[in-house]
Design a protein around this ligand. Sequence first.
Ligand code: SAM
Length: 425
Amino acid sequence: MTSASLFEVNDLENTNRLEVSADLGNLWELNGTIHEYAYLTHNFFRYYGKFPSALAKRVINEFIETNGPANIIDNYSGSGTTLVEAVIAGHNAIGVDINPLGVLAANVKTTFLPAQALEDACRKILLVAKDFLESGEAEIAIDHLPMEELEKWFSLQATLELCALRHAIYGFESGTIKDFYLLAFASIIRRVSRAYDGEVRPHINKGKAPRSPLEVFEKKSLDMCQRMKEFGVAVKGEATAACYLGDNRALIKSSEFASESFDLALTHPPYVNCFDYLPVYRLELLWLDGLFNQWSVQSRNLLGSDYLDYKQLRKLETRSWPANPQVIESYRIGNLQMLEGLWQLLRPGAMCCVVIGDSTIKGELLPVHRWFIEMGEMAGFRHKQTIYRTTHYGTGKYAYKNRADYHGKAEKRDAILVFNKPKSG
Ligand SMILES: C[S@@+](CC[C@H](N)C(=O)[O-])C[C@H]1O[C@@H](n2cnc3c(N)ncnc32)[C@H](O)[C@@H]1O
């Protein structure tokens, strides 16, 4: 039977009616604040929908069974939370994600760079940007920008300053230092726009005070330099990480990574009916169109094309919203394919942890974590245990109505599904 025929809509309706047992099993309390979890390089970029760093840390501590450095894969790596925790713990890690901003963030957050070189580069970028503004070149350059869309989100002054900063960073010689400042630039876009800082998809906040991109960039860059120093001290041994731009459904056909070469998988699919990721970064991607041609790791591209614009990437994203039967069916088929890819990449005996929560559509519960238990077993894994975790979405401004705060009582659960790849058979 092919994966495509596994999830007929009728099947889907039947699975929705699965009983949700009251057994809470193992519950992990992860109730630190966003600030507490954003230590070291974790706070470089505000990636909506990332999981707490403490979760990745605990999974790695509990489920790595080898002595010495292990190989970890996260094929929904987002902004690289797993990768950062892996290298801090002395393990090597690979990430794969379809969002170029997430891939940039994951690579920058896990590549140590010396403070002096970073600080020198920051000064140079600011000098070139200020010169570009004062000479009037920025005013000419903005004619080549999609002003119709930009005008809605940015004041003219902010547009000019962002244009000047981008000119200075794009002109910097290619390498990991340039990547660092591409990320610093991306991380200030929302803050200097007219959009709410804390909402997932950008919406205009009429009361927002204007901020100078040059000032915000300088402050952010200096903070990142300081955190990079601390990260360098925290990383154990020679651990490295690399994040790839790719579609995890295609990994099973890719020869980029050797079969059975990973000791642990930790993966965090999008939540059904919450949001698709690329539209959340519409403003950042407007400014960083063609980002992939700018950064130093162009070889980390599994998509088979040098240039993919927003619309093309959007078609490759595994959609989870709006959760109509077609979207849900292809979400489930896509996630079965992604699990089959992980099965191939993990060595026999290795653990595979899937972090996923339930959702609702018009108030009706979708037991998504149970779908994943079935899919993991279809892919060849054995389901060993389900750990539930507390969530406190309501405490952040970006609470999303189809998700729920979960403190171990409500039926809508957030789970860490622990599978293992059997040693034989
Ligand atoms: C819940 S987020 C993961 C966040 C991550 N754990 C972190 O801490 O940053 C889900 C991710 O799935 C990615 N994604 C969606 N479709 C994908 C696909 N087909 N292949 C790879 N990544 C995909 C999105 O870009 C998003 O980053």
